[in-house]
Design a protein around this ligand. Structure first.
Ligand code: TTP
Ligand code: MG
Length: 385
């Protein structure tokens, strides 16, 4: 039995959320990303795309192309929360959902034909529900495999809905540049171009040996299959991360408590930043410590309330470290946070938490712009006095 795969990808995701949340931004060129000199565009509204602005473009260039744009630093927790809402909808439409990024997923509809009326009606229903529940617009591709479904969702963006069938497949594939093949990056594209292959039609007509000589047997076979619309990869659900952690192995073993605690502080900052970027909070903090002779200790503590804040993580890790009573010969240190709290957003209403949210939002904006080294705990403590 053939597969039926749906690929859903939200339109201008971060920018669309900003337009939804702020009436004044609607119909305007909205650009979200790092606003500093070295920042890049995360994404922009379709109004901004008309000026030539696009993801990953240096922000200075975006400002030149679209001086009247509305430039925003981004609110990642907000985007995460909306993403969770969308994935909750996906989960009700298909038994197997494979998330690809914050705003896109594959849904395996194989064997559900009898439940959904026509695939077209089912896709329209999903789009309508997303629009109704979140106020956002999704583009959808339906096809017999993942490769074609992903390609299809992108063909008529925004608000697209494209169905690829064995009948229309070649007509859709043939005129597309090879760069549109999922997994063909700049490098492979250049190799293909040197062989005179620009469009999928030319790729399909290329002898396998000629391709293999340029890029190896494996890649050649893979690309030829895709050019022919063949793709056997199953839709595979991915478990969301259950913990977020960071560890470091030292070139020379640490020999003092002060050194170890300095490292723990840096690790706590990194883990906190990642938690906040993922929009999650965890209740269990684990410390890992390995000695030069590879003897390894792990200690953990579960907190009454979930956290994503550097100093809270650090204080627990520090206490766990001190409880071990080891100061010398430390080869590795690690911190991880787990037991994620699904209702963590609820605590945002507590006033104390709100203050912290704002402080950390400011810190994270700096980290987004200048990298994680942009601001350190020491500066944070001084600022907070
Ligand atoms: P995309 O789905 O690639 O882009 P998009 O949803 O903004 O626009 P569309 O799908 O309509 O073309 O990425 C989803 C989000 O991921 C995007 O809104 C912002 C973020 N993102 C980045 O932060 N950096 C990037 O380089 C890209 C491509 C996306
Ligand atoms: Mg998108």
């Amino acid at each position: 039995m053939g597969r039926l795969v749906m690929h859903v990808d939200m339109d201008a995701f971060f920018a669309a959320i900003e337009q939804r949340d702020h009436e004044g931004y609607r119909g305007q060129p909205v650009i979200v990303g790092g606003l500093s000199g070295r920042g890049v565009v995360s994404t922009c509204s379709y109004e901004a795309r008309r000026f030539g602005v696009h993801s990953a473009m240096p922000m200075v260039r975006a400002r030149r192309l679209c001086p009247q744009g509305i430039f925003l630093p981004g609110r990642f927790e907000r985007y995460r929360a909306v993403s969770r809402e969308i994935f909750a909808i996906f989960a009700r439409y298909a038994p197997v959902v494979e998330p690809l990024s914050i705003d896109e997923a594959f849904l395996d509809l194989t064997g559900m034909e009898h439940l959904m009326g026509t695939p077209l009606a089912y896709a329209r229903k999903l789009k309508a529900e997303i629009r109704e529940k979140t106020g956002l617009v999704a583009s959808v591709g339906l096809a017999p495999n993942k490769f074609l479904a992903k390609l299809a969702s992108d063909l008529r963006k925004p608000d697209g809905l494209v169905i690829v069938t064995p009948e229309n497949m070649r007509a859709i594939l043939d005129p597309l540049p090879v760069g549109r093949i999922w997994g063909v990056g700049r490098k492979t594209e250049q190799v293909l171009q040197r062989l005179g292959i620009r469009h999928i039609q030319e790729l399909r007509g290329t002898p396998r040996e000629k391709l293999a000589a340029a890029m190896g047997e494996h890649m050649a076979a893979h690309l030829l299959a895709l050019a022919d619309g063949q793709d056997d990869r199953p839709v595979a659900p991915r478990e969301p991360a259950k913990s977020i952690g960071k560890e470091v192995t030292f070139p020379v073993d640490l020999q003092s408590q002060a050194e170890a605690e300095q490292v723990l502080l840096e690790l706590a900052e990194k883990v906190g930043y990642r938690l906040r970027r993922e929009g999650v909070k965890g209740r269990t903090v684990q410390l890992k410590l390995r000695l030069g002779n590879f003897k390894t200790y792990t200690r953990s503590r579960t907190l009454p309330e979930a956290t994503c804040y550097d100093e809270e993580i650090y204080h627990v890790a520090q206490a766990l470290y001190r409880s071990l009573g080891i100061c010398q010969g430390i080869r590795l240190l690690g911190i991880s946070v787990s037991s994620f709290d699904c209702d963590a957003e609820l605590s945002l209403f507590a006033e104390q938490t709100q203050k912290k949210e704002r402080l950390y939002a400011a810190i994270d904006r700096i980290k987004d712009k200048f990298g994680e080294r942009g601001i350190t705990k020491a500066q944070l403590l001084r600022k907070n006095k």
